[in-house]
Ligand binder design. Sequence first.
Ligand code: HPA
Length: 291
Amino acid sequence: MSATAGAGAGAGPELPMERRVEEAAAALRELLNGFEPLVGVILGSGLGGLAGRFEGARTVRATELPHWPPSTVMGHEGRIVAGTLAGVPAVGLSGRVHMYEGHPPGDVILPVRVLTRLGIRALVVSNAAGGVRLDLRPGDLMLIADHINLMFRNPLYGPVPEGETRWPDMHGTYDAELREVVRRVAREQRIPLQEGTYAALLGPSYETPAEIRALRGLGADAVGMSTVPEVIAARAAGVRCVGVSCITNLAAGISPEPLDHEEVLETSERVADAFQTLILGSIERFGRLLA
Ligand code: HPA
C-alpha cells in the first residue's frame, strides 16, 4: 500500500489513534529512508526560518502523510524537515496545528507522537506569545520555565498509546539540564534571555484585559495558544523538553494598542536571527549531551 493512501485528516471512518500514529510514523520513516533523529523541533509562528538551517534537508509536506492534521493558519505551512541542525540529526515541524482550528486534541499531538516513535530524545518547542509580566517587551525571548494548561482539555484524554504512561509526572517538564544549556548559549552569544511561565489558552480570540490580570495573578509570565499539548505528549513518552517563547506583543490591557496576528508575525521575524542562533547553539550542545 502506498504510504500516502488515505492522506488527509478526517478521510474515512476514524481509525483508532494507535493505528493512525503507527501509519503516519511508518510513512514518514519510509519517506525519510529510516532517518533517526535525536531532536525534534517545533517551529512557532514566524519562527519557521529555522527550517532553512537544516543541512542535507529532506522536506516532506504534511499532505504526503496519512492522518497528519492540516494547518489552516497563515504563516503555519505544514512541513516536516529532516536533516542535521548544527551537526545533530533533527526533525523540524513547521506549520503546527492548534486546537482552536477545531482539531481534536489527539490530532494536535499526532505529529509529536510520530516523532517520539522515530526515536527523538528531546523536543525543542517555540512559539509566539503575549507578554503578561510587566517587564517583558515585544522582541524578548523567554526560556519557558514551566507552563499552566488553561486549554481546559488534556491531549492525553483517551486510550494510552504504546510507549506512553497513563499519568505522566509533570515535575521538571522543561528539563533543567537543557534549560541551563540554553542559558549558557544565550550568555555566550550575548542574546538577552528572559525566563518565565507560559500559560496556554484555547483561543482563538485574544484575551480580555481582565483575563490578563487574572493570568498574572495565577503566575503566568506569557500567554499563547499552543505548545502545551505537544509538551504533554512528549513528556508522556519520556522525551525531554525545552522551549523558547518569542514575546511578540504586550498582552491585552497593558498597552492601548489592539492585538493582531500581523504584529505577531512581524515581531517574530524581527528576532528570527537571535532565535536561530540561540536554538542552533543549544542543539549543538544537546547533541553531545543526549548522544
Ligand atoms: N495572546 C495569546 N496568544 C498570543 C499572543 C497573545 O497576546 N501573542 C501571540 N500569541
